[in-house]
Each structure stands twice: as structure tokens, then as C-alpha cells.
Design a protein around this ligand. Structure first.
Ligand SMILES: [Zn+2]
Length: 259
């Protein structure tokens, strides 16, 4: 294997790791903001339920006052009816009493309906209070977790960046420029070839190239995948059929350790 290629493999691992850490750090505030929005929505829902409960109570107080008014009127009309002198007057008073009684029935029915709505709202209130409490707890817990994870990731990122800075000057200028150019376009510049395939784009290598790649004497030249353009490397310890019984650590791991 070309000596620069070994270092590039490590560089790519560090680059991929640094990118992953940066993405995780960047994604956290968004997740926290989502949880904060949920907590806010839960509070708003609870306020709406409490407001509706208060409105039902106000409505029922008014209905009770109205019922009392109508009942007082019925009593008044009854007293007037006792002093009525004609059948027509009695009929008019009876008509008025019937009207007032119908109003009382209507108001009492409406009051019952309001009580049923209140009962439903009381259930909603309990659920809304639970939701407020849960969402606040979740937010607080996730904020704390995010702070801890950020601190961990920032430390890991600083370490990866330091390793990258130490490694890059040790790589040949041309190889490094090539790496940077391909990585910029493709996200990754290197791909391992396993079972005669580029593991990045899954295209088969032509048999001659596969043989060249595996030839240990061929250390001068870096080979690129003819399909995706990434630089190919081959790790005999990782290729089939020994793949499942690999004991020795990979070349890459040993370089990382030595940094
Ligand atoms: Zn490829």
C-alpha cells in the first residue's frame, strides 16, 4: 500500500468523525427548540382548558340567577292570578306562567349540559396538567443531556481536529491535494475495495485492477475507482473469506493509536 494512503485512511476516519460530531452538535439546539415549543403548546392548551372551565362556571351562575328571576315571576303572577276576576285574565296569567315554566326548564337543561361540558373539561384539565408537567420535565432533562453531550462532543472534536492537524503535514502534498479535492466533491475521498467491489459506489472492479490493487509490490501508485473516482485501498485482513475471523487490528487503528 502507498504510504500516504495509510495516512489518508486515518485522515478520512478523523474527517468523518469530526463531521459527525459537528452535525450532532449542530442538531441539538433544534431538538431542544422543538421540545421547548411542545412545552409551550402544552401550557397554552392548559390555559385554554382553564379558561373554558371558568366560562362554563360563569355561564351556570348566570343561568341560576335567571332561573330564580323566572321563579320569582311565576310566584308574582300566581299572586296576581288569585285576584283575577275574569276567565280571560286567568287564561292570560296561566299562559304567562306556562311560558315562564318553559323558560325555567330550558335553563335547567342548559345548566345540565354545561355541567356535562365541565366534567369533560375537568378530565381535559387533568390531562393538560400532566402534559405540562411531562413536557417541562422532558425539556429540562434533555437540556441537561444536551449540555453534557455537547461537552463530550466538543472534547472529542478538539481531539480529532488536533490529530488531523498533526497528521496532514505528514502526507505528501499531491496526495493530500487529491484527497481534499475528491472529499470536497464526494464527501469522502477514499473507499475500501472488498470482494472486488468499491464499497462506496458498489461497482465491481475489473479483474486486472483488482489484482493490481491487491498486489503488495504495487506501492507507488494510488488507484481510483473508475466509477466514482474515489481512491481505493485494500486491507487483506478485512477481505473475505478471513473477514469474520480478523484478530489483528486494522492498519488504520494502529496509526490512530500512534498519533
Ligand atoms: Zn466507487
Amino acid at each position: 500500500m502507498h504510504p500516504d494512503l495509510e495516512k489518508l485512511i486515518v485522515l478520512q476516519q478523523l474527517d468523518v468523525e469530526a463531521k459527525r460530531l459537528r452535525e450532532e452538535i449542530a442538531a441539538r439546539p433544534k431538538r431542544i427548540a422543538e421540545l421547548a415549543a411542545k412545552a409551550k403548546a402544552a401550557s397554552a392548551h392548559k390555559a385554554t382548558v382553564l379558561d373554558r372551565i371558568a366560562k362554563e362556571e360563569t355561564l351556570r351562575r348566570q343561568q341560576e340567577l335567571d332561573v330564580r328571576d323566572h321563579q320569582a315571576k311565576i310566584a308574582r303572577v300566581r299572586r296576581q292570578m288569585e285576584m283575577a276576576t275574569t276567565t280571560a285574565q286567568v287564561a292570560a296569567f296561566e299562559h304567562e306562567i306556562a311560558f315562564e315554566q318553559a323558560e325555567v326548564s330550558r335553563l335547567e337543561d342548559a345548566e345540565l349540559e354545561s355541567m356535562e361540558r365541565s366534567e369533560t373539561l375537568e378530565n381535559q384539565k387533568a390531562a393538560a396538567e400532566d402534559a405540562v408537567e411531562d413536557s417541562a420535565k422532558t425539556l429540562e432533562r434533555e437540556r441537561q443531556r444536551a449540555d453534557e453531550a455537547d461537552a463530550r462532543d466538543q472534547a472529542a472534536l478538539a481531539e480529532a481536529d488536533a490529530k488531523r492537524s498533526a497528521l496532514r503535514p505528514e502526507i505528501g502534498e499531491t496526495a493530500l491535494a487529491n484527497y481534499d479535492r475528491i472529499a470536497k466533491g464526494k464527501g469522502t475521498a477514499l473507499a475500501e475495495a472488498v470482494n472486488q467491489k468499491c464499497t462506496a459506489c458498489q461497482m465491481m472492479l475489473r479483474p486486472q485492477r483488482w489484482n493490481d490493487l491487491r498486489n503488495r509490490d504495487n506501492d507507488e501508485e494510488m488507484m481510483a475507482c473508475e466509477s466514482c473516482g474515489r481512491l481505493l485501498y485494500y486491507d487483506p485482513a478485512r477481505d473475505a473469506p478471513q473477514r469474520k475471523t480478523v484478530q489483528s487490528e486494522s492498519i488504520a487503528a494502529s496509526i490512530v493509536r500512534s498519533l
